[in-house]
Design a protein around this ligand. Structure first.
Ligand SMILES: [Zn+2]
Length: 54
């Protein structure tokens, strides 16, 4: 139970850091996430690309 929750939190943290890295690579470190393909801003941290690039 605890381990499962811990893993979920780790995965969420990894997603957040990866999203932050994409934003930095796109030239906008103030964003929470950016499209990996075109570099536009994404509002959540779950997606790696925008709707156009999926
Ligand atoms: Zn895109």
């Amino acid at each position: 139970m605890f381990e499962s929750q811990y893993n979920d939190e780790m995965e969420a943290e990894v997603r957040r850091l990866e999203a932050q890295m994409r934003a930095i690579n796109a030239g906008h470190p103030e964003w929470v996430n950016a499209c990996a393909a075109c570099g536009c801003e994404l509002s959540g941290t779950n997606a790696t690309t925008c709707e156009k690039c999926q």
